[in-house]
Structure formats: structure tokens, C-alpha cells
Design a binder for this molecule. Structure first.
Ligand code: NAP
Length: 472
């Protein structure tokens, strides 16, 4: 049998679909999974009749691949990735390439790139987004590592990726762990948008008294607008329209209100705090999940901590597309992207990633979970000014902010008076109000710091570093 073009390790949800994608694009493949029974099951199931062979062990796997070998690992992030690298390394030869397509922490990827490249193997840390369907039909892929290693996989990944009007949703991201860093921030933005849409749903349900079908209609309308048209709004409509087959009630109301997380949202926020990037909307979404998991405590607290009774306020009507609520949704989603892009800009400078911001917006336009029409505007904004400090000051986005800020404020104020938590919406309002304020009250913070700790301060009226004996 002739040697295969492509190797896949890890027949989980993503691996299985990615290898079918590669094969359908003309890359004969060989698969290996730690538990061989899964390989057999795959080869006699979805892999049957395809140009895909199985391998019983890693030596067998490597021997079935043409050189230089291109091997995609889709295993659990962390220890399993190191374990697979260690097990396969003795069988690899100079120039062979390992691609880690899982959600690895980017510092781990920095280390692995350095270790493997020093042994003359290529190593690519590649974020993959799109879930099972995207993996099969065309995901968005964010590969980082040396340019030479990327060049060796380019023909493969460009064919496998989602295709949009200006090309495939994959590009060389940059050196080291940059690919996994960009994927991490992608997921942080995703956390933000999911929470924002959930807050819109909560307000429509609890203040507006709307049912699943009525809310789905609003999301369907929002999905037809340039500002909100996106995969996440589209699936929100589907989720809200779906009925429980047992009794025909809205299925979403039967789902436990505890949201899980696997790490990328946390890593986004930790990186932002470490690098001095302001990401309050994304942080609020992470905290929303943490709070949601405190179910037992919330049940106990509800009768003890009395809030205001729920009262209605002007969120708009279905006929006007819930105009103020839409303003709030639009600005919070824009803030999520703006904060993520700003974190990328800061990280790029700190790690010398030399990230190409318009290209990142371009590869997020298709295949991935945060794909949205808005990404075309984001791409245009960074094309017009590659050094743009914050997306929200681009002229098109600034006009949106100026027009929609009253709506966002009205919704946040109404939610506060009704006692309904809207952490992402209120964080966004504070974010925008802070960012557009030339003089913030941190002069008083500086005074306090100098008063108790002699931390010194700068003045607005003369140069130099000053200290005052405040307590004399
Ligand atoms: P997964 O459940 O995260 O991983 C399953 C695969 O990992 C199985 O093939 C399993 O082999 C293998 N594995 C686990 N520990 C191993 C070890 N110590 N040595 C060798 N193999 C080991 O499956 P997944 O959802 O497809 O995710 C794969 C990666 O992609 C993860 O990093 C995930 O975060 C990332 N990702 C997932 C999605 C998604 O939508 N699911 C989207 C983007 C990225 P066995 O069968 O032997 O247990």
C-alpha cells in the first residue's frame, strides 16, 4: 500500500471529523488512537470505504506516512500532548512535522516548539475552531510556529479550512505559541458573546414575559442585521425555538443553569491581567460561569437577600426589533471583539508575535464559532489602520457607539432597577464610559497611595515625580 499523505492521532470528536475532512480533500490518511478499539470502530464506521488506514501502534503509524511526515495530534490538552510527543519522537526523522490541534495553553506550545525544533522536527501549535461540524466541513485554523514548518503544512490546511470570499480561513499566525494564543483569545471573545446573548434572553423572558418562540423571532431578526448576524445568534434562535419532545415546552427551560469551562476563557483573562489589557466584558462572562456553578449557594441566598421586584422598563418591542436591547447587544458584542483584539495587539508586542490583525479577522469570518458579519468591519478597520489602538475608535465603530450608547445605558439602568444581573452589559457600559473619559478619578487613588505608602505621583501641571507629607 502506498504511503499516506497525512496522519491523525486521537479519534475524538474533532480528530474523527478532521481526518474525514483531509481525506475528502485528497489527502490519503492514516489514523492512530491510544485505545485501538476506537480505531477499529472508526474504520468500520465513518471511515469505511475511504482512503484511510489504521495503525495499531505509533511505530506502525509513522511507517505508513510519506516523508516529511505531517501528523496532526487531536488529543486532550496538557499531559496527553507531552505523552504523545514523547512516545512518537523515537520514530520521527528530520523534517517531520507534528501539529498540535488541541486547545493547548500557549506557554506549553512555546516550550514544545523550542524543544522539537531543536531536534530538527517541525512543531506547529494550531488552534482549531468550529466544533464537530466545522472540523468536517471546514474549520477556522490558527497555526503558529516557525514559518518553515507552516510552509510544509500550508497546502494541507488551506484545503481543509473553511473558505470565505477572500480566501481560506487559515493563515500563518506567527512564531512560538502565537497560534494557540490567538485561539485562546478567540475563545475568550466567544465566552463574552455567549453570556451577552444569555443576558438578552434573561431580560426578554423575565422583564418582557416572552416565551421561547417569541424570543427566537427576535434573535432571527437580529441575525438579519449587519451588526448581529453571526453563528452564535443563529444557534441561539435554534436553541430558543426547540421544544422538549416530552411535553412540547421550551427545552431551554429544562436545562440546569450551570455553565462549564475548560480553561481558555480563564487563560484569556489571566493573560489580559498579566499584560495590562482591559477585558471587562470577557471577564464578566467568565465570572458569570463561575457564579452559575455556585448553584447551591444561590438557592440558599435567594430568600435571604431581597432585591427589587421585577418591573418592566422600555427594552423596545418585537415590532421595533427590541431597539434598546439590540443597542445593548450590539455594543457588548463589539466590546468583546474590541477587548480581544486589543489583547492580541498587546501580546503581539510583548511576545514579538508580529500578528497581522486584518488577517486574524479574515480567518475568523468563516468556520469558527465567533464568525459574524461584523468581522468584515473589523478587518476593514485594521486594514485602514494596522496600529489601531482600540476597535471602538475606528470611525464606523465610533458611530455605532455614539448612536447606541443611550440604549445600552437604558437597558443597564432598567436591569439594575429590576434586580436582574447583566454582568456583561454593565461591564461594557463602564468600559465604554471609562474609555471615553479623558480624566478618570485615579488621581485620588494616586493621592491615597502616596499618603499611606509614599508611592509618589505625577502632576498635570509640571513634570517630575512628587511626594507630599499628607498626614502632617
Ligand atoms: P477529547 O475528548 O478532548 O480528546 C479525546 C482524544 O484524546 C481521544 O482520542 C483520547 O484517546 C485521546 N487521549 C486522551 N488522553 C490521552 C493520552 N494520555 N495519550 C494519548 N491519547 C490520549 O476530544 P476532542 O473534543 O476531539 O478534543 C481534542 C482537542 O481539541 C482538545 O484539546 C479540545 O480542547 C480541542 N478542541 C475541541 C473542540 C470541540 O468542539 N470538541 C473544538 C476545538 C478544539 P482514547 O480514545 O484512548 O481515550
Amino acid at each position: 500500500m502506498s504511503k499516506a499523505h497525512f496522519g491523525l492521532i486521537g479519534l475524538g470528536v474533532m480528530g474523527e471529523n478532521l481526518v474525514l475532512n483531509a481525506e475528502s480533500n485528497g489527502f490519503s490518511s492514516v489514523v492512530y488512537n491510544r485505545t485501538y478499539a476506537k480505531t477499529e470502530e472508526f474504520l468500520s464506521g465513518r471511515g469505511a470505504g475511504k482512503n484511510i488506514q489504521g495503525a495499531t501502534d505509533l511505530q506502525d503509524f509513522v511507517s505508513k506516512l510519506e516523508r516529511p511526515r505531517r501528523i496532526l495530534m487531536m488529543v486532550k490538552a496538557g499531559g496527553p500532548v507531552d505523552a504523545v510527543i514523547q512516545q512518537i519522537s523515537p520514530f520521527l526523522e528530520e523534517g517531520d512535522l507534528l501539529i498540535d490541534g488541541g486547545n493547548s495553553e500557549y506557554h506549553d506550545t512555546e516550550r514544545r516548539v523550542a524543544e522539537l525544533e531543536s531536534k530538527s522536527f517541525g512543531f506547529i501549535g494550531m488552534g482549531v475552531s468550529g466544533g464537530a461540524k466545522g472540523a468536517l466541513e471546514g474549520p477556522s485554523m490558527m497555526p503558529g510556529g516557525t514559518k518553515a514548518s507552516y510552509d510544509a503544512i500550508e497546502s494541507l490546511v488551506r484545503k481543509m479550512a473553511a473558505q470565505v470570499e477572500d480566501g481560506p480561513c487559515v493563515t500563518y499566525i506567527g512564531p512560538g505559541g502565537s497560534g494557540h494564543f490567538v485561539k485562546t483569545v478567540h475563545n475568550g471573545i466567544e465566552y463574552g458573546i455567549e453570556q451577552i446573548l444569555a443576558e438578552g434572553y434573561d431580560l426578554m423572558k423575565r422583564v418582557g414575559g416572552m416565551n421561547g418562540t417569541q424570543m427566537a423571532d427576535v434573535f432571527a431578526h437580529w441575525n438579519s442585521t449587519e451588526e448581529l448576524s453571526s453563528y452564535l445568534v443563529e444557534i441561539t434562535e435554534v436553541c430558543l425555538r426547540t421544544k422538549d419532545p416530552d411535553d412540547g415546552a421550551d427545552l431551554v427551560e429544562k436545562i440546569q443553569d450551570k455553565a462549564g469551562q475548560k480553561g481558555t476563557g480563564l487563560w484569556t483573562v489571566v493573560s489580559a491581567l498579566q499584560m495590562g489589557a482591559s477585558v471587562p466584558t470577557i471577564y464578566a462572562s467568565l465570572n458569570g460561569r463561575v457564579m452559575s456553578s455556585m448553584k447551591e449557594q444561590r438557592i440558599k441566598a435567594e430568600p435571604i437577600l431581597k432585591g427589587p421586584a421585577i418591573k418592566s422598563f422600555d427594552m423596545g418591542t418585537p415590532a421595533d426589533g427590541m431597539a434598546p436591547l439590540m443597542d445593548a447587544m450590539v455594543l457588548a458584542c463589539m466590546a468583546s471583539y474590541a477587548q480581544g483584539m486589543e489583547l492580541l495587539r498587546i501580546a503581539s508586542a510583548e511576545h514579538n508575535y508580529n500578528l497581522n490583525m486584518p488577517s486574524i479577522a479574515q480567518i475568523w469570518k468563516g468556520g469558527c464559532i465567533i464568525r459574524a458579519r461584523l468581522l468584515k468591519r473589523i478587518q476593514d478597520a485594521f486594514n485602514a489602520d494596522p496600529q489601531l489602538a482600540n476597535l471602538l475608535i475606528d470611525p464606523w465603530f465610533a458611530e455605532q457607539v455614539n448612536r447606541r450608547l443611550p440604549g445600552l445605558a437604558k437597558v443597564v439602568a432598567g436591569a439594575a432597577e429590576a434586580g436582574i444581573p447583566v454582568p456583561c452589559l454593565s461591564s461594557t457600559l463602564d468600559y465604554i464610559n471609562s474609555y471615553r473619559t479623558a480624566r478618570l478619578p485615579q488621581n485620588l487613588v494616586q493621592a491615597m497611595r502616596d499618603c499611606f505608602g509614599s508611592h509618589t505621583y505625577e502632576r498635570v501641571d509640571k513634570d517630575g515625580i512628587f511626594h507630599t507629607e499628607w498626614l502632617n
